[in-house]
Design a protein around this ligand. Structure first.
Ligand code: HEC
Length: 154
């Protein structure tokens, strides 16, 4: 019973905080960037591309997520990012290498990081399949496979 109530309360708090987070400002982004530089860049890299010093020579497997990959990152909700950052990879079916930050970062700080991460994600440039060849997207799989039905119709 206590657990159910706790879960409900956590959910309510998270919803409220997410509403707050939706109103992120330029100063949030700046603050998030500072925290990111301090805690996240050793793995995720200065530019957020997943190539931090700790990930050199494929030392981390799976590699830290590339936060500049809009193809993947723009598909993830704020709730999802919040959960992974707060509770860590293991609790969210990702690698345990991604630490939990709940003992170090306040919820509000996590939201500023999310605001910053959103500024990193770039949608990849479209590459026409006929002239440039097919791209393999590490997260989305083979584009050719996804477009198979579309191609047949053409
Ligand atoms: C010790 C290395 C390490 C540190 C430090 C680290 N991460 Fe990660 N992070 C990872 C790895 C590895 C993954 C990929 C996990 C996987 O693919 O299973 C990851 C994945 C993520 C993801 C992807 C979530 C998703 O839905 O795919 C986010 C967001 C993230 N990290 C944010 C952060 C933030 C913010 C910080 C700093 C507060 C941070 N990470 C610090 C290693 C790290």
């Amino acid at each position: 019973m206590k657990n159910t109530r706790q879960t409900a309360l956590t959910f309510l708090c998270m919803t409220f905080l997410l509403l707050l987070a939706n109103t992120s400002t330029a100063s949030d982004v700046k603050r998030g960037a500072r925290i990111y530089q301090q805690y996240c860049t050793p793995c995720h890299g200065q530019e957020g591309n997943g190539r931090g010093p700790r990930a050199k020579n494929e030392a981390l497997q799976p590699p830290p997520r590339n936060h500049t990959n809009g193809f993947y990152m723009n598909m993830q909700s704020d709730v999802r990012l919040f959960k992974v950052i707060k509770f860590g990879g293991k609790k969210n079916n990702l690698a345990h290498i991604m630490p939990q930050w709940k003992h170090i970062l306040k919820d509000k700080e996590i939201f500023t990081i999310i605001a910053y991460i959103r500024t990193l994600a770039q949608d990849p440039e479209y590459v026409a399949p006929t002239t440039q060849g097919w791209r393999k997207n590490p997260y989305a799989g083979d584009e050719r496979e996804q477009l198979k039905d579309h191609i047949k119709k053409q």
